[in-house]
Ligand binder design. Structure first.
Ligand SMILES: *[C@@H]1O[C@H](CO)[C@@H](O)[C@H](O)[C@H]1NC(C)=O
Ligand SMILES: *[C@@H]1O[C@H](CO)[C@@H](O)[C@H](O)[C@H]1NC(C)=O
Ligand SMILES: *[C@@H]1O[C@H](CO)[C@@H](O)[C@H](O)[C@H]1NC(C)=O
Ligand SMILES: *[C@@H]1O[C@H](CO)[C@@H](O)[C@H](O)[C@H]1NC(C)=O
Ligand SMILES: *[C@@H]1O[C@H](CO)[C@@H](O)[C@H](O)[C@H]1NC(C)=O
Length: 413
């Protein structure tokens, strides 16, 4: 019950917020309103070509007439955490920095590096670059202005994937070479916020459906009622239109519907899942069981397609989004330690990344679809982590890379 309320709440919230943003044309501001406005000069630093010199914002006057730019302060410069009575702010600490005051209650301090895992990871990267210790494929971690990990991370030449503010990879990825815009990962991030509150995974009909890149699927059906939403924030695109019954969705009733089959919303994996779910719920209510055993649900992703790792009673294997097998199924009864480890750690991330990559330089995958910890490209070999990202053993040594002929000397852990 709580889950249902929560989802409805999400939808409701989306509808309410979109009504406000649609109506944001202010009748007090006409073309003439700004004619006599007296504007402060934009600071020189903002006009320079330096990266991160400043941030342009809407000016804090009714019709946003002026150009308004906050200068980004650099490390060590004096700053103020300010109080609202102090008037317009003219500067803020630049990206990765925060205003550090000596004592509680004081407002003046200096800009200091943020002490967050992402900011520290950036610092380590920058130090290594200075010392010439970087690996040739190592990418700089990207943090948001608050020092958390950005919504997504890219492995050059391979793929970009969504991540949580703490840097944990979540659902949603795209081909590195064809990504044209930034990824928001808004849908997969919202899902994780929801399970954080509920404390359990959600069934396909309980959450927003995501697109493959972690944004919102433009068509959403919740409790058999459907509507079109914005792919970036999930807000309804036609908030005043009535919801359409799931059996009646066509490209005429809902502009965002792209299938030829009326009423077809659920994808193959979701459909299998929902059928089993219905059966289990029926058994539960008929016999008042609290738990029904013997059913195994397919493992669906947030976009309604098959998740990469699937298993049945006897085997574990990697599949593509349609459920077609990608790697030879591994028997669960395997007895050797090596096989047991392959089974236990199976993530199929390499097998899946290969599918979306358009280049011919594909990564080398293990039998369980994971990345081989040694990857070679153009004759040079390096160690990688489970996402195919270059991994270097220590921070105070040059990142180890060897000639392909020396491959066996590389020790990756
Ligand atoms: C900024 O770059 C533009 C074109 O790249 C150049 O014409 C201009 O002089 C530069 N301005 C400054 C302040 O360096
Ligand atoms: C990041 O956050 C998620 C969800 O809160 C949690 O499950 C995961 O363990 C965290 N990862 C790290 C590295 O802290
Ligand atoms: C809806 O789909 C039908 C059949 O595929 C097509 O003939 C029709 O033009 C489509 N209508 C719109 C509004 O796209
Ligand atoms: C709809 O049908 C047309 C013609 O039969 C086909 O070309 C098109 O790919 C179909 N669209 C979808 C989304 O299945
Ligand atoms: C499990 O899946 C594998 C691969 O599709 C198949 O060969 C095997 O027969 C299945 N086992 C059962 C018990 O369904």
């Amino acid at each position: 019950m709580f889950a249902k309320c929560f989802v409805s709440f999400l939808v409701f919230f989306a509808i309410v917020s979109s009504v406000f943003t649609i109506g944001d044309e202010d009748i007090r501001c006409t073309a003439k309103s700004c004619k006599d406005a007296v504007c402060d000069e934009v600071p020189d630093k903002c006009k320079s070509n330096e990266t991160n010199a400043g941030v342009y914002l809407l000016s804090p006057d009714i019709c946003n007439c002026c150009k308004y730019c906050l200068v980004n302060l650099v490390e060590g410069e004096p700053c103020s955490v300010g109080d609202p009575s102090n008037g317009k702010h003219k500067s803020i600490c630049g990206p990765g920095l925060m205003c550090n005051v000596e004592k509680d209650g004081e407002t003046d301090g200096t800009c200091q590096k943020m002490n967050s895992p992402c900011a520290s990871a950036q610092q380590i990267y920058d130090n290594k670059r200075e010392l010439g210790y970087l690996g040739s494929m190592e990418a700089r971690p990207s943090c948001d202005d608050d020092g958390f990990y950005s919504a997504y991370r890219c492995i050059p030449g391979q793929n970009c994937f969504c991540q949580l503010p703490n840097g944990t990879r979540i659902f949603g990825d795209a081909n590195y070479n064809t990504i044209t815009d930034y990824m928001t990962c808004g849908c997969s991030t919202a899902y994780h916020a929801a399970i954080e509150i509920l404390g359990r995974e959600l069934h396909p009909h309980e959450h927003f459906r995501c697109a493959a890149d972690g944004s919102f699927d433009r068509l959403q059906c919740i409790h058999e009622k459907c509507l079109c939403v914005d792919s970036l924030d999930g807000a309804p695109t036609f908030p005043n239109n009535p919801l359409v019954d799931i059996k009646l969705i066509t490209n005429e009733t809902l502009k965002c519907y792209s299938s030829n089959n009326t009423g077809e919303y659920y994808k193959k994996c979701e459909k299998e899942y929902m059928e089993i779910h219905k059966e289990v719920e029926n058994k539960k209510s008929k016999h008042s069981y609290s738990l029904v055993l013997g059913y195994s649900y397919p493992n669906c992703d947030m976009d309604g397609t098959f998740a990469a790792v699937q298993e049945n009673k006897t085997h574990k294997y990697c599949v593509d989004k349609e459920g077609s097998i990608l790697t030879e199924p591994l028997e669960k009864t395997a007895s050797t330690a090596a096989m047991k480890s392959l089974l236990a750690n199976m993530n199929c991330k390499c097998a899946r990344a290969k599918l979306i990559m358009s280049t011919t330089e594909k990564p080398l995958c293990l039998k369980n679809g994971n990345y081989d910890s040694i990857q070679c490209r153009r004759g040079i070999c390096r160690c990688v982590d489970e996402n195919g990202n270059q991994k270097c053993s220590t921070d105070d040594k040059k990142c180890e890379e060897v000639d392909e002929s020396q491959k066996s000397k590389l020790k990756c852990t």
